[in-house]
Design a protein. Sequence first.
Length: 174
Amino acid sequence: MAQFKGFIFVILGLALLVTAVSLLMPSKVMTAQTVMINAPKEKIESAITDLSNWKYWHPVFSEPGTQVSLDQVADGKVKSASWYSDGKKNILQSTAIDTGQFAFTLNREHENELMNIFTVTPIHQAGGFQVEWRVLARLKWYPWEKFSGIFFANVVGPGNQQALEQLKKYAETP
């Protein structure tokens, strides 16, 4: 019985230690990918700001079998889209448009909201534009969420880089 109590004490101590370490970890994680695009700025911005154009470059929107519902239209552009994947509803919505910067929120049932920010910056020496895609996630205090933040860039980054390469291909096609 004494060994069992000792074992429980060690497990509780380990759980408290892991929780304490996780509280010291940041509650926000971000990843960023970039690509150089040699195309007119208007075409790049239209491809990003109008969600009906995402089918030309974003893998989720062009994936066979994915039913994307384009919902909200403003200024002649689609500003909101929704679809189901793995049995969960996803909602992507434009939240802010500024000169050269565009923000979208991605909400997925029972998961943390992801803020997606696209920045289009002219690169005068190269004669093109640098498109940067940043994704920011706010994590809850739970230790498993904080530790999962360590792998955030490895999970989100490759897919976003692939999408940016497709955006480049689409924008540079006459």
